[in-house]
Design a protein around this ligand. Sequence first.
Ligand code: GDP
Length: 310
Amino acid sequence: MVLNELGRGITSALASMANAMVIDEAALDECLKEICKALLQSDVNVKLVAAMRSNVKKRVNVEELAAGLNKRKIIEKAVFDEICAMLDGGGDGDEKKAAAKDGASGSYGVRKGKPHVVMFVGLQGSGKTTTCTKYAYWHKKKGWKPALVCADTFRAGAFDQLKQNATKAQIPFYGSYEETDPAVIAQQGVELFRREGRDLIIVDTSGRHKQEAALFEEMRQVAEAVKPDLAVFVMDGSIGQAAFDQAKAFKESVEVGAVIVTKLDGHAKGGGALSAVAATKSPVIFYGTGRGHQEVFMLLEAYKHYAKYA
Ligand code: GDP
């Protein structure tokens, strides 16, 4: 699994520094070189890697650290914080993003207390429909009352797929075989579930085959119709650097506030996700590791776990 490999690479770089006789500028440079190598091998964008390296260098001035301080711990913490910051996407104090990052409230992406509408966007095949159900199921287990709306009228079979997934996970769903306007279906579904007192209404959208003007216009219309509290960009973990352009294009039509990376159970290196984080300035909140509705994890939590060299 990619996170393990990346975690191992970083761990071994830090360990080799710890074994150095003296921790000086040269030892720090050598350690950062190894960490950068591990990040690049995991498909993390070179600019992000360079930024991480220079941020750590700015934070830690080895020569100036007083004798007696544990230099290794200070460097480890700086590296850990910078990598977590890459996964967090910075954010700008915006309430939606704050909610997306807030794991303490028992959720990732939304906060309890009022009905929420979460819209999922992403290209066809990225794993959006599967991820909608996982997201719903994860929250259901935490005591939320989720519901799923299929606003994909483009792909034949989209509604059947969502219906099947939702039925397996025992989550109410809404869709239509007749209505062709996705914005109308989305609005009807959201209204219905609001009336029924559902507190997490998840809207799955169309992805088409590639980025095209019609898709982004459709996303704008659906967002206008349902006014989502959060828009989640779903990306296939194997797309690598293409994640930046994809995420940026979606962000231009919908205010993306979080990223979910799928298919990390395969050979995907997953580091491209950090490009999506950079493009949307939004945190990665979950990653998918399988086709079933239970196979979803919180990336940040997992990463913190590995980064702590457990
Ligand atoms: P959508 O077109 O974006 O809605 O994508 P789907 O949800 O239909 O997923 C496309 C394919 O990827 C399906 O065959 C899913 O079973 C599969 N898939 C989705 N998420 C994952 C994942 O995390 N791991 C694996 N191995 N397959 C996944």
